[in-house]
Design a protein around this ligand. Sequence first.
Ligand SMILES: Cc1cc2nc3c(=O)[nH]c(=O)nc-3n(C[C@H](O)[C@H](O)[C@H](O)COP(=O)(O)OP(=O)(O)OC[C@H]3O[C@@H](n4cnc5c(N)ncnc54)[C@H](O)[C@@H]3O)c2cc1C
Ligand SMILES: *[C@@H]1O[C@H](CO)[C@@H](O)[C@H](O)[C@H]1NC(C)=O
Ligand SMILES: *[C@@H]1O[C@H](CO)[C@@H](O)[C@H](O)[C@H]1NC(C)=O
Ligand SMILES: *[C@@H]1O[C@H](CO)[C@@H](O)[C@H](O)[C@H]1NC(C)=O
Ligand SMILES: *[C@@H]1O[C@H](CO)[C@@H](O)[C@H](O)[C@H]1NC(C)=O
Length: 519
Amino acid sequence: MPSATHNLLLLLLFIHRLISISTVGLSLPSQTLSAAVDFGATTHSLPLAVLRPSSPSDIASLIRSARLSSPPLPISARGHGHSINGQAGARGGIVVAMSGGGRRRMSPPVNSREFGKTYVDVWGGELWIDVLNWTLANGGLAPRSWTDYLYLSVGGTLSNAGISGQAFHYGPQISNVFELDVVTGKGELVTCSQDENSELFHAVLGGLGQFGIITRARIALEPAPERVRWIRVLYSNFSSFTRDQEQLISLHGQQRFDYIEGFVIVDEGLINNWRSSFFSPSNPVKISSIGGGGRVLYCLELTKNYHHTSADSIDEEVEGLLRELDFIPASVFTTDLPYVDFLDRVHKSELKLRAKGLWEVPHPWLNLFVPASRIEDFDRGVFRGILGNNTSGPILIYPMNQHRWDERSSVVLPEEEIFYLVGFLRSAVPGSDDRTKSLEYLSDQNRQILKFCESAGIDAKQYLPSHRGRSEWRRHFGPDKWETFQRRKAEFDPSCILGTGQGIFHPSSCPFTSSLLPS
Ligand SMILES: Cc1cc2nc3c(=O)[nH]c(=O)nc-3n(C[C@H](O)[C@H](O)[C@H](O)COP(=O)(O)OP(=O)(O)OC[C@H]3O[C@@H](n4cnc5c(N)ncnc54)[C@H](O)[C@@H]3O)c2cc1C
Ligand SMILES: *[C@@H]1O[C@H](CO)[C@@H](O)[C@H](O)[C@H]1NC(C)=O
Ligand SMILES: *[C@@H]1O[C@H](CO)[C@@H](O)[C@H](O)[C@H]1NC(C)=O
Ligand SMILES: *[C@@H]1O[C@H](CO)[C@@H](O)[C@H](O)[C@H]1NC(C)=O
Ligand SMILES: *[C@@H]1O[C@H](CO)[C@@H](O)[C@H](O)[C@H]1NC(C)=O
């Protein structure tokens, strides 16, 4: 097959042309090598080249040229490369590096009286930490819905959902976007929103990079709170834990918490886990000393935001809310910090882990949306069963409500109003003597967890999904969503060149192109 050589030739011709029309960076071998790997550190997909676009039209020309090749060249946007299973890769194709390079393309926040909306327009490759820094500095504003970690790109999280403890109230990040600029798989630059080109807008949100490359996002803002009261309480009774969580996400108005998450504790190592040194050293905790009788504990994590001007009433408000809950008495741990420090909490742990050489290790992460009606069964089978005593990383669990999500987006959820995110965010330690820290052990446990859900008939859906082959993807989406997904793919990326790292479509087996139909 001469096609690889042919593609390379075409690419070189293309790059030559691009360089003559703009100042686009040509990739060096080190850049293609680093674009081959991601945070998961278990996959490797080497691209032919990396494009550092200086404008949306660079991306549009690239896509139009890539479609002319035969077969067409794969192209993937890469934000911060924090995927786990090579989702941002483009084996044998071109990676469009959206983040990095120190470019800031953000306009001043806008408070539109006409529409009653406050928002900021940002470049699709911007990292959320930089968006926050910018909006705080320009009017004391901040986005409303977050991820736990801020060194992720706007385009990357919007291609999935973007969830954290605020999602129960504001919805995921994809529910907090007013407008997008997208370069489609046809190489067209399109502005879209609920009202304009709405099919593309909904397709791209949660769209796994399949329909276009987000170059601009208009993100909803609110006045930033100043401080955060951050509370953790413990449970040994799972049904009390979930009943309280579900009760808390149903509260509205001022009388509610601003952030609701939780995690599972099956060993004492976890209690001083990498996400925070919350309990220690000033608050050392031993599971055995907590009581409650169970081997497994559940930690409910809450925050209440406030301004200095309302500092007088915060204690009372928090106490009032906690009084309704059924946690283990005397297991209340509280801290108080600036809002930005709370949002950026995981970065502190990253720095600690980096110092120990424990950040750039394999991350066989598994995230599931589990319907609330089956979460007790999940607890029995997984937290009290399959997991055993060693977790090797945080296990998050918190509920969300479907009515805060837009069913027209590409995201796949269980068919129930309330569902839980269960995130197994574990790290392997290469070369460790403890076999429970090996990649093989953790990956095998992930397989057991998925198999358990299947055999118990629990309709869990993967978040940040990783599936092999089109039939598994079809099952992930379910018949209706799959049909919509395919129809949108045929419309916006008919050559199947975008997002090949997801393993859903590929130009060499694209169902929408055939020799009979000119593409
Ligand atoms: C430490 C850590 C903490 C995390 N915490 C959370 C969390 O709390 N909540 C949460 O929801 N997620 C969380 N994630 C997951 C994270 O949201 C996803 O991995 C996300 O994809 C990462 O963004 P990225 O910019 O690195 O994306 P990448 O890995 O670069 O890309 C992910 C996908 O999006 C596509 N893509 C990237 N940019 C664009 C664009 N501009 N236009 C179109 N498609 C694009 C890529 O092609 C790829 O398919 C976390 C990940 C890590 C590593
Ligand atoms: C925020 O921006 C300021 C300059 O505006 C810069 O000095 C600071 O380092 C930035 N902080 C982060 C976390 O990027
Ligand atoms: C857990 O709490 C529920 C009530 O919320 C109670 O019915 C159940 O018996 C408790 N389980 C245990 C093991 O204590
Ligand atoms: C887990 O630890 C407890 C005591 O700490 C022990 O009784 C139990 O057997 C252990 N389970 C496994 C699967 O190792
Ligand atoms: C859990 O980890 C400990 C310490 O690393 C180890 O001794 C133990 O064998 C592990 N447990 C299991 C069930 O393998």
